[in-house]
Write a protein that binds this ligand. Structure first.
Ligand SMILES: CC(C)(COP(=O)(O)OP(=O)(O)OC[C@H]1O[C@@H](n2cnc3c(N)ncnc32)[C@H](O)[C@@H]1OP(=O)(O)O)[C@@H](O)C(=O)NCCC(=O)NCCS
Length: 186
């Protein structure tokens, strides 16, 4: 059974995240894919602490760091936020870890944080990922045309959203899906 957990970032993650974010296996799916300098990375990393609009977690598989998950634009006035994640090493993709994180994040945002809406944006070309969000009950809310200029090409972006009111009806099927992938979830 895959043992997936999320923990807060620590100083020991600084270097690892710099390497991951610059790797082609991650940068390809992000909005920016220029080589991030150590100075730029340090500015970003140092800015995470004490930013109430953002939260970051290290994703671990069997105790080993494998990826990053985050909340952004946490908006307590409108009770919504956005999220994103990646698994750095392609060899740990396709094992169900992403599905588990998706479930965990939805539960965290609606349960622990008590927010009303969870949003995300995905490059339209990254079809498996926006498809994965749809499977978990997100609805496609927007097509932002030529929204991102990446490697000299304009890329479309798909905006998705999930409402807290819809989650209870969706959750049993998602739990069943995770159990079928070998996770012990309640
Ligand atoms: C997105 C990501 C975290 C998903 O995690 P994962 O552990 O690979 O996902 P899972 O193994 O839980 O797969 C979930 C479903 O998506 C499908 N899927 C995942 N990646 C796929 C791919 N590249 N091509 C086709 N299907 C894919 C799986 O078949 C599975 O479908 P199923 O539930 O019907 O069996 C991971 O693929 C990743 O890090 N991708 C690169 C970064 C990225 O795109 N992040 C999102 C940016 S918004």
């Amino acid at each position: 059974m895959p043992n997936v957990s999320l923990r807060d970032l620590t100083e020991t993650d600084r270097e690892r995240l710099h390497v991951w974010r610059n790797s082609p296996d991650v940068a390809a799916y992000m909005y920016t894919d220029h080589e991030i300098s150590r100075t730029e990375h340090d500015l970003w990393f140092d800015g995470l602490a004490g930013n109430p609009r953002r939260r970051y977690w290290m994703i671990e598989l069997d105790g080993q760091p494998v990826g990053l998950a985050n909340l952004a634009d946490i908006d307590l006035r409108n009770r919504r936020c956005a999220w994103a994640y990646y698994l750095a090493d392609p060899s740990v993709r396709g094992l169900g870890v992403g599905s588990y994180i998706e479930f965990w994040m939805i539960e965290h945002v609606f349960g622990t944080l008590g927010l009303n809406k969870l949003c995300c944006e995905v490059l339209a070309a990254n079809r498996p990922v926006w498809q994965l969000h749809l499977t978990y009950g997100f609805e496609r809310e927007a097509l932002y045309r030529q929204h991102i200029l990446k490697a000299g090409q304009y890329e479309d972006v798909i905006g998705l959203g999930l409402l807290a009111r819809d989650w209870p009806a969706l959750k049993p099927a998602m739990l069943a899906r995770l159990r079928a992938k070998g996770f012990s979830v309640t």
